[in-house]
Write a new protein. Structure first.
Length: 283
């Protein structure tokens, strides 16, 4: 298909197209979408995953940044009822996009899923942006390079645990759903991939009425910017010394030792009250 139109995968856009039908049907099945579901796909490429999602009976909106692929993508998927949008997922007006693509005839807010094969270079920014800014998307099932996926789903004690892991835990619960070999892609990458499932919480793990989103992540970013240092050093000037005892967090710990609840206690301390381990946070 690419050769017939003089096209080639773009290295700059991180294009590795899925060419195995069993893999895309597996992702569609793991996503849980079906008749009546609304699903958006970022980076639709040549439409292989798009077709698998359409086969479920879901209402599918496919987003693709590469204008050169658009005629080919449209020829593959539009006959299956898929809406195709050309644009950069990080710059789209998501409220307008989802409202105009809603399958709910009553006009009520629709719960969306995002199901995508995400390029390495945008995977983390896209997932973070969706969780921060697009609350109508309740479930994400993304195929990403293994290194990225392990960070998204990591917990305290995992070697991949970092600031992005806390970001995910703040908004959602994540898990690895499966592994994908390089052989299902064209061109074949040098690394394996994983499928990650991310389910948005009903409310953030840390109550934003007590600890604002911006304050919470100011503290988290400061801690992980010097992740090998003890917290009393990495958070100097960001968190008052008395906050550690009040939040039941040892200042000799490192950023990688704190779960989302501990970060919430530390960021939310306003002194002088001592916080219980489960205060101001949700399980």
């Amino acid at each position: 298909m690419l050769a017939s139109r003089g096209l080639h995968p773009s290295r700059a856009l991180g294009q590795n197209f899925v060419v195995d039908p069993n893999t895309v049907r597996r992702i569609a099945r793991l996503s849980g979408v079906g008749p009546g579901s609304s699903v958006v796909e970022i980076g639709a490429g040549l439409g292989s995953l798009t077709l698998a999602l359409a086969e479920t009976g879901a209402n599918v909106t496919a987003v693709e940044i590469d204008s050169g692929l658009m005629p080919l993508l449209r020829s593959v998927v539009e006959a299956q009822g898929v809406r195709v949008i050309q644009g950069d997922a990080l710059r789209l007006d998501w409220s307008e996009l989802l409202a105009s693509s809603s399958s709910d005839p009553t006009g009520d807010r629709t719960s969306w899923a995002l199901v995508s094969n995400l390029p390495y270079n945008v995977a983390t920014p896209v997932v973070a942006m969706v969780l921060d800014e697009v609350p109508d998307i309740k479930r994400l099932v993304v195929m990403v390079q293994r290194e990225v996926g392990e960070r998204l789903a990591a917990h305290v004690g995992d070697s991949a645990y970092g600031a992005v892991s806390v970001k995910i835990a703040y908004h959602a619960k994540a898990s690895l759903l499966g592994h994908v070999p390089p052989t299902v892609f064209m061109p074949r990458p040098n690394v394996a991939s994983v499928i990650v499932g991310i389910d948005r919480r009903d409310a953030p793990a840390v109550d934003p009425s007590i600890v604002s989103h911006d304050r919470f992540f100011e503290v988290v970013r400061a801690g992980f910017s010097h992740r090998r240092k003890m917290l009393r050093r990495s958070l100097a000037g960001v968190v008052e010394p008395d906050a550690f005892d009040a939040a039941s967090v040892s200042p000799t710990l490192r950023a990688e030792d704190l779960d989302v609840c501990a970060w919430g206690r530390l960021a939310g301390w306003r002194g002088p009250t001592k916080l219980s381990p489960d205060s101001r946070v949700r399980p």
